[in-house]
Design a protein around this ligand. Structure first.
Ligand code: NAD
Ligand code: UFG
Length: 337
């Protein structure tokens, strides 16, 4: 299939491009590079063994740019990664987040409709479950109250896509609810490249390991979990990438709207991750216990059985693999791209 990949220069998009080409698909990337570097695409091409990944620098809110892209190319489906994703920033800048994520998706969907491409895989998030009503979380768990505008944009876009598919059953839509993607491509050539102080656990740990930060702050050790620190379902970004290839199956089979949890089904605490990182990589990670971070929940992990049953996808990498590959990337690229 030929796939339009929005946000393909980013962390998850770049890893997904490799899996797409490995599976025999081709892609064109649209990205405005607001949170990424074209060097990622150059390295992806190098890893795949092609000259270049077709790329157009454009904003998905630019309807004219999308029109010319759709007029010049035939796409069998769109994988839609483009979006802003920093939870804290979304609290400060709600209008920017709703505009970029929700309005951007509306503009994209309208262009897709005009050009007769009605197949889309959307990057959703476990955040739509809020403080989950059940653990492990299945797809039938009700959506919850999101505590920040970023999470709201994911929930609203899911609703828009659901309404669209009801109105026009020709649409085939897959909502992938990612749990916590970490790690990097085992080559160490591509990985997560956050701007400024990392918001998320693993990039913070790797920046401590490489000497850019003095110590890790652990946000609370008084949660109702065995060691008191928060529990999450960490998933290797290459496993997450391969879930998108599996998700093309229901698109090809034209089965309407499908929702899948994409996680390993294992919950690890912050201290589990820190200890695994130290053991696997032989580097020290000094840490201090800090107050809880606003909006955090105690425990979040999924039951990924539906994705296994229906699209034949299952995570392969372990937490040790995630720690090794995250460090390999950071160590080889201390300043990112
Ligand atoms: P990322 O920031 O690395 O990648 C997003 C890409 O989209 C970037 O390259 C950015 O430049 C581009 N982009 C943003 N707004 C755009 C616009 N208006 N037009 C064109 N390009 C635009 O983030 P990521 O971690 O790769 O996440 C990809 C998707 O997955 C996002 O939608 C994110 O919300 C979602 N997601 C991520 C996580 C996570 O923990 N990383 C978890 C759940 C869901
Ligand atoms: N944590 C720390 N110190 C840090 C960073 C994180 O102790 O410096 C802890 C958090 O409190 C939490 C765990 O590590 O217990 C994981 O935190 P992350 O920020 O890495 O991930 P979250 O689960 O908070 O958020 C991630 C994505 C969101 C997404 C959410 C639910 O960043 O985009 O998963 O899918 F919405």
């Amino acid at each position: 299939m030929n796939i339009l990949v929005t946000g393909g220069a980013g962390f998850i998009g770049s890893h997904t491009l490799i899996e797409l080409y490995k599976a025999g698909h081709t892609a064109l990337v649209v990205d405005n590079l607001c949170n990424s570097n074209p060097e990622a695409l150059r390295r992806v091409a190098e890893l795949i063994g092609i000259d270049a990944i077709p790329f157009i620098k454009a904003d998905i809110r630019d309807s004219k740019a999308l029109d010319s892209i759709f007029s010049a190319n035939h796409f069998d489906a769109v994988i839609h990664f483009a979006g802003l994703k920093a939870v804290g920033e979304s609290v400060e800048k709600p209008l920017e987040y709703y505009d970029n994520n929700v309005n951007g998706t509306l503009v994209l969907l309208d262009a897709m409709r005009r050009h007769g491409c009605k197949n889309i895989i959307f990057s959703s998030s476990a955040t739509v479950y809020g403080d989950p009503a059940e653990i492990p979380i299945t797809e039938s768990c009700p959506k919850g109250q999101c505590t920040n505008p970023y999470g709201q944009t994911k929930s609203i876009i899911e609703q828009i896509l659901t309404d669209l598919q009801v109105a026009d059953p020709q649409w085939n839509i897959v909502l992938l609810r990612y749990f916590n993607p970490i790690g990097a491509h085992p080559s160490g050539r591509i990985g997560e490249n956050p701007n400024g102080i990392p918001n998320n656990l693993m990039p913070y740990i790797t920046q401590v390991a490489v000497g850019k930060r003095e110590y890790l702050g652990i946000f609370g050790n008084d949660y109702p979990t065995p060691d008191g620190t928060g529990i999450r379902d960490y998933i290797h970004v290459c496993d997450l990438a391969s879930a998108h290839i599996a998700a093309l199956k229901p698109i090809e089979q034209k089965t309407g709207l499908n929702i899948y949890n994409i996680g390993t089904g294992h919950g690890y605490s912050v201290l589990d991750v820190v200890k695994a990182f130290i053991r696997v990589n032989g580097v020290d990670i000094p840490y201090r216990i800090m107050p809880r971070r606003a909006g955090d929940i105690a425990t979040c992990y999924c039951n990924p059985a539906k994705a296994n049953r229906e699209i034949g996808w299952k995570a392969q990498f372990t937490l040790d693999d995630m720690c090794r590959d995250a460090w390999h990337w950071q160590h080889a690229n201390p300043n990112g791209y």
